[in-house]
Ligand binder design. Structure first.
Ligand code: KG4
Length: 335
């Protein structure tokens, strides 16, 4: 079954053709990063307009690279939530039109379910159940993946996502948007251990997280140093910040493994590209004899292939939608 998949929830327009959930026939992405970098973050209306401009051409290109015609497409999958609402609406409406025009089923895909499904592309042997750590620009959660379409959130951030925190910490250090990768590279230049940063705990919810205090601490620390003319060891701050994020995520993943009895962990989302978090997860899983699935960096960020992969399993579960399908800025992965 060939699925034409659309992703437009943030600042990447992505279209892919995926066969039977696992075989990527094409995966094309138009990134808007350069446009938003000028503003230090994503400007929602500009993101929507950029999606409008390029989505049709990307769809044609995805078909061309897959060696398919429109008639070869058996279904259309699309991110319908969560994300920047205007941006999601562009992809959703275009996907609806394609499904309507071709007379094929329309499959709504939750963006974070898509991120998790990137692992099905990278690791053909991986099947649920397993534990997933989904860490992206807008979401941070530990998910009990019980089947391809039954998921339960075990813990999540109560405020900012890990990626949002990376981006804002990077901005105060004068690094370009999106800040995750430059922060990663800067952190590699220092052993850290210079700055004491807060580690938050949520009373009564040991797997929940909070990153806003950490974000504010880094911003305040940098502003204070500049105001009083103190030198700022930027590489050490990047390293200590990254250790703090990883120190919040990895022990909770370990605890979730203990609580659920899972022996396999899959990482997902843009922040899963972080070299320190990857190394810490590898160490923690090796110590416990658990298997860790770390998708290649290309599949960590937003892409259309992951939507096509999850779309296939949603289709098999009967989760298709009518033309009244709407977009949602927020929606739980288990709704
Ligand atoms: O999954 P993604 O592409 O988009 C969302 O669905 O949100 O994630 C983007 C996020 C950004 O915040 C970006 O700074 C972060 O992933 N990111 C990283 C790294 N590479 C990308 N964060 C930490 N370390 C990295 N190497």
């Amino acid at each position: 079954m060939k699925i034409l998949a659309f992703e437009s929830s943030c600042d990447e327009t992505a279209v892919a053709v995926v066969e039977d959930g696992r075989r990527v026939l094409s995966d094309v992405i138009a990134s808007q990063v350069a446009t938003h970098a000028e503003f230090g973050g994503v400007v929602p209306e500009i993101a929507s307009r950029k999606h409008v401009e390029c989505i049709a051409a990307l769809a044609e290109e995805a078909l061309r690279q897959a060696g398919c015609t429109r008639q070869d497409i058996d279904a259309v999958a699309v991110t319908y939530a969560p994300g920047l609402i205007g941006a999601v609406l562009v992809g959703l409406n275009f996907a609806k039109s394609v499904a309507y025009g071709l007379g094929v089923p329309l499959i709504p895909v939750h963006h974070i379910r898509g991120h998790i499904a990137a692992n099905y592309i990278a690791f053909p042997e991986l099947e649920p159940p397993f534990l997933a750590l989904a860490i992206s620009g807008g979401n941070t959660m530990i998910v009990d993946v019980r089947s391809y379409t039954e998921m339960h959130i075990l813990g999540a951030t109560r405020d900012d996502a890990a990626g949002e925190c990376f981006d804002k910490a990077a901005r105060v250090l004068g690094l370009p948007y999106p800040g995750g990768r430059p922060m990663d590279e800067l952190a590699q230049k220092s052993a850290g251990g210079v700055y004491k940063l807060p580690h938050a705990h949520v009373d009564g919810a040991e797997l929940d997280m909070s990153f806003s205090g950490l974000k504010t601490a880094v911003v305040n620390l940098a502003h204070h140093a500049r105001q009083v003319g103190e030198p700022l060891d930027e590489a050490a701050l990047a390293r200590d910040f990254t250790e703090a994020v990883s120190g919040a995520l990895v022990p909770r993943v370990v605890r979730a493994l203990e609580l659920t009895g899972h022996t396999r962990v899959a990482a997902a989302g843009g922040v899963a590209a972080n070299s320190f978090i990857r190394a810490d997860l590898e160490r923690a899983c090796a110590e416990r004899g658990c298997t860790l699935y770390l998708p290649p960096l290309k599949l960590c960020g937003d892409n259309g292939a992951m939507i096509g992969a999850q779309g296939y399993y949603e289709y098999l579960a009967g989760n298709t939608a009518g033309m009244e399908l709407n977009a949602y800025a927020t929606r739980d992965i288990d709704e």
